[in-house]
Design a binder for this molecule. Structure first.
Ligand code: ATP
Length: 238
């Protein structure tokens, strides 16, 4: 499989805080790669740098064989990358459907937009049932689905998901991870950032463990689940 993203020696600083100390990772087309780690390890900063929301202080980010390290976020998005940030960021007063339509503003492939809308409603029947409701009235899990739905409606082939399970009841957590698997099977490449290490490892093909802004370990997700050090540190010793 071809590498769709290659990140080398990525550094992000906020004033005097070094959030990322030179991390490297890659994603192959069609993979789910997860970055796991504790609070403050640098997971969100990684996604922010990749999508152009923060400018790295050094390192390179290549996406689809193009150097996007210092590209503005709207141009990176146009290459087919969509970032679903923590907190979800939908317009709460607008309806579910309006939120989905807004995500398509840059697209000219109207027939495909219509097809994608049908796919999103098929993928998320709950959104279809609530399409005329204000987004702010959805439950946490439904809002997360809407956030992913919007990313799909941009037409992106690569999704950056920041803690999609955050704050959700266990049943919704299960559902969100099942959704991530399904959209991956439907062809999307996924970079998934999670504190919920066990579930993320069960969902992903490969994983990177981030600690204090550096990659502590990486490998196949299945191998890391069985790694004693990982088990003790991140999986509660189970
Ligand atoms: P969380 O799960 O809490 O979001 P994280 O692994 O995503 O954690 P980051 O949010 O990337 O970690 O934060 C990495 C480090 O950078 C932390 O020490 C954090 O306090 C710091 N940091 C993050 N954003 C900013 C900011 N805008 N200004 C200053 N420091 C920041």
């Amino acid at each position: 499989m071809a590498k769709i993203m290659e990140v080398e020696n990525l550094e992000v600083v906020y004033g005097v805080i070094k959030a990322l100390q030179g991390i490297s990772f890659y994603i192959e087309e069609g993979e789910i790669v997860t970055i796991i780690g504790a609070n403050g390890a640098g997971k969100s900063s990684t996604l922010r740098a990749v999508s152009g929301m923060v400018r790295p202080s050094s390192g390179t980010i290549r996406f689809k064989n193009k150097d996007i390290t210092n590209s503005p976020s709207h141009l990176i998005a146009r290459q087919g990358l969509s970032h679903v940030p923590e907190g979800r960021g939908m317009l709460t007063k607008l309806t579910v459907e309006e939120n989905l339509i807004l995500a398509t503003y840059n697209r000219k492939d109207h027939a495909k937009v219509k097809e994608d809308m049908g796919d999103v409603y098929k993928q998320f029947p709950r959104l279809s049932e609530r399409k005329k409701q204000a987004a702010g009235n959805l439950s946490g899990g439904e809002q997360q689905m809407l956030a992913i739905g919007r990313a799909l409606m941009t037409g992106a082939d690569t999704l950056l998901l920041d803690e999609p399970s955050m704050g959700l009841a266990p049943l919704f957590v299960k559902e969100i991870f099942a959704v991530i698997k399904r959209i991956n099977q439907a062809g999307k490449t996924v970079l998934l950032v999670e504190q919920n290490a066990m579930t993320a490892l069960h969902t992903a093909n490969r994983a990177y463990i981030l600690e204090n802004g550096a990659v502590l370990k990486s490998g196949k997700a299945g191998d890391l689940i069985d790694d004693p050090e990982v088990k003790n540190a991140y999986l509660g010793g189970h």
